[in-house]
Design a protein around this ligand. Sequence first.
Ligand code: ZN
Length: 164
Amino acid sequence: MSDHAQVLVFNAAKPADLGQRLGAWLAQQQYIIGPTDVLASQKYRPGPRAVDALDWTDPSPGDVEISVYDEAEPIFSPEGGYPWFSCAACNAVLEHSRWSDLRASAPVRCSACGETRRFDHWVAHESAFGTVVVFFWEWPRLRDSFLHDVRRLAGDFVVVGYHL
Ligand SMILES: [Zn+2]
């Protein structure tokens, strides 16, 4: 069936610390249920207060998954639109075959204007570079007040992905 997710992407300098803090807070607030020591990739069941994070009630929001990476990765949401990247200097689009296996720190030369910059200094569309990622699987649109609380706890982030 469908696999859509709203995805919060953080580009944190200390990803393991932030992943743990997010997991602990989400569990403490009862948005999720599960272990709170986030080491790498961890899935949680939605908690009893999950509906409080949503713009409208949904009988069955799915799991919440927190992933932590040592180095920033390009993150996108399944069914959230096709990710693409453009040159920060000339707006040329980077061909998919040239970025599909790249790490964020890899140098990428623009074939249109010739400038070389790190992959994560290209402009990300339908995606974002990050080291800590929270997937809300099958959750309808997250409420603004919930996003505000997350931002206050964990700093700035980008929301990518499809929402109902
Ligand atoms: Zn260019």
